[in-house]
Design a protein around this ligand. Structure first.
Ligand code: NAD
Length: 394
C-alpha cells in the first residue's frame, strides 16, 4: 500500500509505518550522540509511551540509560486498509529497536484509566522487573471512563468565568482568524480535572505501591505546562489549567506518601511543542509558530527528544539536588519563558496577520513537524514504496 498524508483540520488520518520507525530512529540517534546518563533509571514504566513526551521519555530511559522499559498507550492498529495510528507504529518500532540492542521492552495497548490494566502491569513488573525506579505519567486524552463510577468524563479546553476571544491559526487555510470560546460550566471543569488531573496517576502509584513495586529512592514524574499570558485564559487559567493544578497537588500528596521509600513524585513543566494533543488546543498553534521562529533565531529551539534528554541529564539524574521553582516544579520550559523570548513573541503576536504570517512565524517548520508526527517528510524514507500497514506488537 502506498500511504500519503490525509489531513483533516488538526489531525492526520493516516500514518506511515516506515516513517514512524524513522522518527523513533532519529530520536535514538540523537540520544546516542549525547553523553550517557549515569547513574540513570534501570527499570522504567512510561504511561502514555507511544507519542510526544512519553515516547521521548521512553527513548531516553532505554537508549540513554539502558533501562528496561514497560510502555502503556492507547492506539489503534490497522484494519481494512486503514493505517494504524502513528503511536501504534512508533511503539512497534521502539520495541524492535530496543530488543535488537538487548534491552527489555514490553508494551500494553490498553486504556490506562481502567483497573484491569493496572493489575496486568503490576503483574508484569513483579514477574519481569521486580521493582521500578522510574514511573513517567504522560497521558493526554480527550476522555476517561471513570473506573469506580463508570461515568464517561470528557476533557474540554475552555476558559473559566468568561468567554475568551483571541487570534488563532486556521490549519486548513493558513489564516489568522479570531476564535471565541465560551466559558466552561462547572461540570466541564469537573470532567476535565477527572481526565487530565492527577487522580489516575495516583491510582497507578497506589496500585504499584500496594504490590511493593516501587523501589527505594524511585522517581515518578508527570508532565505539565504553564505557558504565556496570551494562552493563559484558555490554558493555565482555563479548564486544563485546573486539571494541571490538580496534577501538581497530587505530586505533593504522592511525595508525602512515598517518603517511607525515600521516593519522590515530581512535576516537570515542559516546553510547548507540536504533538497530537497540543495541535488541538485553540490559540496554542499560533503561539507555537511564533515561538518557534523566535527560539530558532536565538538558537534556543528544542524538540521533544531534546527536552527529554535535558530533563533526564540536567534535572532528574543530575549529580546535584533536582532544581525546582518556588512551587517545587522542575522547569524544562526555562528557555521558552525567558523574558527576552516572551517579549519578542508578544510583540509579534500583536502584529501577526494572515498576510505577514509566513515571515514572522515558522509556519513551514510547524507543517513539517506536524507531518513528522505521522511519519511523513523524512528524507530517509521512500514514500513511493509499497508498505505493509498491518504491523503487530509482539
Ligand atoms: P501526545 O498526544 O503526544 O501523547 C499522549 C499519550 O497518551 C499517547 O501515548 C497516547 O497513546 C496515550 N494515551 C491517551 N489516552 C490514553 C489512555 N486512555 N490510556 C493509555 N494511554 C493513553 O501528548 P503530549 O503532548 O506528549 O502530552 C503528554 C503530557 O505532556 C500531557 O500531560 C501534556 O499536558 C504534557 N505537556 C505537553 C506539552 C505540549 O506542548 N505538547 C507541553 C507541556 C506538557
Amino acid at each position: 500500500m502506498i500511504i500519503r498524508p490525509k489531513i483533516r483540520g488538526f489531525i492526520c488520518t493516516t500514518a506511515h509505518p516506515v516513517g514512524c520507525s524513522q522518527q523513533v530512529q532519529t530520536q535514538i540517534d540523537y540520544v546516542k550522540k549525547c553523553p550517557p546518563i549515569a547513574p540513570g533509571p534501570k527499570k522504567a514504566l512510561v504511561i502514555g509511551a507511544s507519542t510526544g513526551y512519553g515516547l521521548s521519555s521512553r527513548v531516553v530511559a532505554a537508549f540513554g540509560c539502558r533501562a528496561a522499559t514497560i510502555g502503556i498507550f492507547f492506539e489503534r492498529p490497522s484494519e481494512n486498509k486503514r493505517t494504524a495510528t502513528a503511536g501504534w507504529y512508533n511503539a512497534i518500532a521502539f520495541e524492535k529497536k530496543a530488543r535488537a540492542e538487548g534491552l527489555y521492552a514490553k508494551s500494553f495497548n490498553a486504556d490506562a484509566f481502567c483497573d484491569e490494566i493496572k493489575e496486568r502491569v503490576a503483574e508484569a513488573v513483579r514477574k519481569d522487573l521486580g521493582q521500578l525506579d522510574l514511573i513517567i505519567y504522560s497521558v493526554a486524552s480527550p476522555r476517561r471512563v471513570h473506573p469506580k463510577t463508570g461515568s464517561v468524563d470528557k476533557s474540554v479546553l475552555k476558559p473559566i468565568g468568561a468567554s475568551y476571544t483571541n487570534k488563532s491559526l486556521d490549519f486548513d487555510t493558513n489564516r489568522v482568524v479570531q476564535v471565541s470560546l465560551p466559558a466552561a460550566t462547572e461540570e466541564e471543569v469537573h470532567q476535565t480535572v477527572s481526565v487530565m488531573g492527577g487522580e489516575d496517576w495516583e491510582m497507578w502509584m497506589d496500585s504499584l505501591d500496594r504490590g511493593d513495586l516501587i523501589a527505594e529512592g524511585a522517581l515518578s514524574v508527570a508532565y505539565s505546562y504553564v505557558g504565556p499570558e496570551v494562552t493563559y485564559p484558555v490554558y493555565r487559567g482555563g479548564t486544563i489549567g485546573k486539571a494541571k493544578d490538580h496534577l501538581e497537588q497530587t505530586a505533593r500528596k504522592l511525595t508525602e506518601r512515598l517518603k517511607k521509600k525515600n521516593a519522590k513524585a515530581l512535576i516537570s513543566i515542559n516546553k510547548a511543542l507540536v504533538t497530537q494533543s497540543s495541535s488541538a488546543i485553540p490559540f496554542i498553534p499560533l503561539y507555537f509558530v511564533i515561538l518557534r521562529k523566535v527560539m530558532k533565531q536565538k538558537g534556543l529551539d528544542e524538540d521533544c527528544i531534546q527536552q527529554m534528554v535535558r530533563l533526564f541529564s540536567s534535572r532528574l539524574y543530575a549529580k546535584s539536588e533536582i532544581p525546582v521553582d518556588s512551587h517545587g516544579r522542575i522547569r524544562i520550559d526555562d528557555l521558552e519563558v525567558r523574558p527576552d523570548v516572551q517579549e519578542e513573541v508578544m510583540r509579534l503576536w500583536e502584529i501577526v496577520t494572515t498576510e505577514n504570517l509566513p515571515e514572522i512565524a515558522d509556519l513551514k517548520g510547524y507543517r513539517e513537524d506536524f507531518l513528522k508526527l505521522f511519519g511523513f517528510g523524512f528524507p530517509e524514507v521512500d514514500y513511493n514504496q509499497d508498505v505493509d500497514p498491518d504491523l503487530q506488537l509482539s
